[in-house]
Design a protein around this ligand. Sequence first.
Ligand SMILES: Nc1ncnc2c1ncn2[C@@H]1O[C@H](COP(=O)(O)OP(=O)(O)OP(=O)(O)O)[C@@H](O)[C@H]1O
Length: 217
Amino acid sequence: MLELDSVTAGYERRAPVFRGASLTVAPGESVGLLGPSGCGKSTLARVAALLHRPDAGRLVLDGTEVRAWRHRAPRARRTAVGVVFQQPRTAADPRLTLAEPLRAAGRRAEARERVAALAPAVGLTPDLLGRRPHEVSDGQLQRACLARALTLRPRWLICDEMTAMLDASTTAALVAAVETYREETGAGLLAVGHDRVLLNRWCDRTVEWKDCLPTAA
Ligand SMILES: Nc1ncnc2c1ncn2[C@@H]1O[C@H](COP(=O)(O)OP(=O)(O)OP(=O)(O)O)[C@@H](O)[C@H]1O
């Protein structure tokens, strides 16, 4: 279970972006999160991805409360959650070829096998794997970012507007790659977005941001 329980978070302690947001994703479940621009969906997604420490509230992952965020989080916790952002250009290291982050962990033979399996799963052809981010399109780079998120076989995937910048066919390919991965592994998904039609089609259920917040007394 991925449980965000009464989370308050933001960028200034005295003026959080939101207070008391709660959202749960069951094992293997896919949940879409819809809401107006600027309400804090990405901030909540970053809390769930262990990238942003909340000011209050709890994140419970697979029954254990998370107490450390970012580099302070134990490796096993960080690798339990894979994340894909909207902007592949800011998420990808410009110095590395698309293949390099996919080889990052494990023995060399394992890494080679992993790249050989992941690249076709996200629709990356071998010629693209040797290129750097500035030599590929946004859609190709986003495929690489998804492959990187799947490299360590996360139990939870957070897709924050993953397809907002992409055309319909790349969107369909990326959603299909996520779904194939989830079928193989049983991973749960939190997909943040603006596109109600896409999220309704993609996810088991779709949650409105306002329903994550406490009701006014
Ligand atoms: N690094 C930051 N520093 C300061 N304020 C930030 C930072 N990132 C986001 N914000 C602010 O926090 C608020 C929530 O931003 P967030 O990106 O979480 O919203 P969102 O619901 O995901 O929006 P969108 O749908 O437009 O992506 C916004 O007012 C935004 O300007």
